[in-house]
Design a protein around this ligand. Structure first.
Ligand code: CO
Length: 136
């Protein structure tokens, strides 16, 4: 496994980019609206892992709710796995509380699934499997 990215909740990407890109000097390699999660994302590599800046596109976005409750900050940590379904099975067997029992479409054509913070020491954990195609 590897750290795939660290998700940071922001009110607006423009504002966040003025720090992460313009002041710190990271490069934006990818931006995308992930409809399923109602967020606009910008990906900025730091070595292999990336900073994933998240801006809600809608008031009922989970990120909008997070911002309302806790303000801007680290929203989740994403770990890359080879087989997301096998990892979910393993977690299920161990009694972990899953937000997603089955993988769904994430940014960049990946499969993703979230594990509830109550099972991961208060950290919202995202599992990511890179796929060449999501036809399965
Ligand atoms: Co993420």
């Amino acid at each position: 496994m590897k750290i795939e990215h660290i998700g940071i909740a922001t009110r607006t990407l423009d504002d966040a980019l003025s720090f992460w890109r313009d002041a710190l000097g990271l490069q934006v390699v990818h931006t995308e609206v992930v409809e399923d999660q109602k967020v606009r994302v910008a990906m900025l590599p730091v070595g292999e892992p990336r900073i994933e800046l998240l801006e809600p596109t809608n008031e009922d976005s989970p990120v909008a709710k997070f911002l309302e409750k806790r303000g801007a900050g680290i929203h989740h940590i994403a770990v890359r796995v080879d087989d997301i379904r096998a990892t979910l099975e393993r977690l299920k067997r161990s009694g972990a509380r899953l937000i997603d029992e089955t993988p769904r479409a994430g940014a960049d054509g990946c499969l993703v699934a979230f594990v509830h913070p109550s099972s991961a020491n208060g950290v919202l954990l995202e599992l990511v499997e890179h796929t060449d195609s999501v036809n399965d």
